[in-house]
Design a protein around this ligand. Structure first.
Ligand code: ACO
Length: 329
C-alpha cells in the first residue's frame, strides 16, 4: 500500500427505502388462507418476532428500491452522485441476469464511468460488500463508494410454503463510504462454507430459454437456526479480536434481521443488554442483504446510533456465508 492511500474508510451517510405496501401478519394470513395455506399472527410472532413486512408492487425491481435508498444516503452524506466512483449492490434478487443491478442503478443515478458490480452472498451480502468497499478505498482503487443491499425477496418466495413465505420482505438500505484519515471501519471478518449450500437455496437457473429447477426459496429452518447462532458469535469475537476491542466496547449490535430469537441469543452470548440490540425485523421481516443497512439507517435516523459510537454489524446467510464489520460511526 502506498503512503498516499488513506488509512481508513468511514460511513459518511446512510439511507433506506421500503416499498409502500405493508402487510401485517393478519393481512398475510388472510391472503394465504385463500390458497388453503394456514398460518397465524401468534405463530409468526412467537417463532420469529416478525409483525409485518413490505412487499414491492408487481414490476418493481431491486434497482427501483435501491435508487431512493442511495439518494437518501448521498443526501445524508452531503455527497453528490457525481463524486461516487464505486457502486456495490449486494442482492440475490437482481433486476435481470445481466447487466448487474449496480450498473442499472448507476444509470438511474445519472452517473457513469466509476466501477459498479453486484455481490452475491445472500443475507451476508451487505457485510461482504462493505468489506470489499473498505479494502478498495484503502488501496486507493476508489474514494467514495455507494454500498447497498437491495432485495425483492417476494419474487422468490413459495407462497404455498408457510415455513418460509412468512419470514421475508422487500427493501433497500445504503451507505456512502468514503476515504478518511480517522476510523471508520475498524476491522472486518468474512467466511463461507459451501458444504451447507443445500439448507438454504433457490436451486433453479436459466438455461436454453427455460428455468431449470425451482426458482423459489427452500430452507431447512432448524439447520439454519443452529448454524446461524454458532457462526454469529464466532465472527463477532473474531472481529473484536482483530480490532483489539472487547464485548464491553460495543455500543450497538446490528445483526442480520432474520429472527428475533437468533438475535437475542447473539446479544446474550456477547453479554450485551437487549437495549444495545437494534431490532427492525419486527416491522421489516427478513430483507436478506438489505436488512443490515436498513436497520442501521433506522437506528441513525431514530437517534440511537450517533457519531463516535462503536457499532458491530454482522450477517449470516445462504452459501453458507457469514461475517462481521466493526466500525466507529
Ligand atoms: N404458521 C403456522 N404453523 C407453521 C408455520 C406457519 N407459518 N410454519 C411452520 N409451522 C408449523 C410446522 O408445520 C410444524 O407443525 P407440526 O409440528 O405439526 O409439524 C410446527 O409449526 C413447527 O415447525 P418447525 O419448522 O419445527 O418450527 P421451528 O420452531 O423450527 O420454527 C423457523 C421455524 C421460524 C423457520 C425457525 O426454524 C427459524 O427461525 N429458523 C431460522 C431460519 C431463518 O431465520 N431463516 C432466515 C433465512 S436465513 C438467513 O437469513 C440467514
Amino acid at each position: 500500500m502506498s503512503h498516499k492511500n488513506p488509512p481508513y474508510s468511514r460511513i459518511l451517510g446512510t439511507g433506506s427505502f421500503l416499498p409502500p405496501n405493508r402487510l401485517t401478519n393478519a393481512d398475510l394470513a388472510a391472503q394465504l388462507a385463500k390458497d388453503g395455506v394456514e398460518t397465524s399472527d401468534e405463530w409468526i410472532v412467537g417463532r420469529t418476532g416478525i409483525h409485518a413486512r413490505h412487499f414491492a408492487a408487481p414490476g418493481v425491481t431491486a434497482s427501483d428500491l435501491a435508487l431512493p435508498a442511495a439518494r437518501a444516503a448521498l443526501e445524508a452524506a452531503g455527497v453528490a452522485a457525481s463524486e461516487i466512483d464505486l457502486i456495490i449492490v449486494a442482492t440475490s434478487t437482481p433486476d435481470m441476469v445481466f447487466p448487474s443491478t449496480a450498473c442499472l442503478l448507476q444509470h438511474k443515478l445519472g452517473i457513469a464511468g466509476g466501477a459498479a458490480f453486484d455481490l452475491q452472498a445472500v443475507c451476508s451480502g451487505f457485510i461482504y460488500a462493505l468489506s470489499v468497499a473498505d479494502s478498495m478505498i484503502k488501496t486507493g482503487a476508489a474514494t467514495k463508494a455507494l454500498v447497498i443491499g437491495a432485495e425483492v425477496f417476494s419474487r422468490i418466495l413459495d407462497f404455498k410454503d408457510r415455513t418460509t413465505c412468512v419470514l421475508f420482505g422487500d427493501g433497500a438500505g445504503a451507505v456512502v463510504l468514503g476515504a478518511s484519515q480517522t476510523p471508520g471501519i475498524l476491522a472486518t471478518d468474512l467466511h463461507a462454507d459451501g458444504s451447507h449450500a443445500g439448507i438454504l437455496c433457490v436451486p433453479g437457473t436459466v438455461s436454453g430459454g427455460l428455468v431449470l429447477g425451482s426458482p423459489l426459496l427452500t430452507m431447512d429452518g432448524q439447520a439454519v437456526f443452529k448454524l446461524a447462532v454458532g457462526v454469529l458469535e464466532k465472527t463477532a469475537r473474531a472481529v473484536l479480536d482483530k480490532a483489539g476491542l472487547t464485548d464491553a466496547d460495543i455500543d450497538w449490535l446490528i445483526p442480520h434481521q432474520a429472527n428475533l430469537r437468533i438475535m437475542h441469543s447473539t446479544a446474550k452470548k456477547l453479554k450485551l443488554p437487549l437495549d444495545k440490540l437494534i431490532v427492525t425485523v419486527d416491522q421489516h421481516g427478513n430483507t436478506s442483504a438489505a436488512s443490515i443497512p436498513l436497520a442501521l439507517d433506522h437506528a441513525v435516523r431514530g437517534g440511537q446510533v450517533k457519531p463516535g459510537d462503536t457499532v458491530m454489524l454482522e450477517g449470516v446467510g445462504g452459501g453458507f456465508t457469514w461475517g462481521a464489520v466493526l466500525l466507529n460511526f
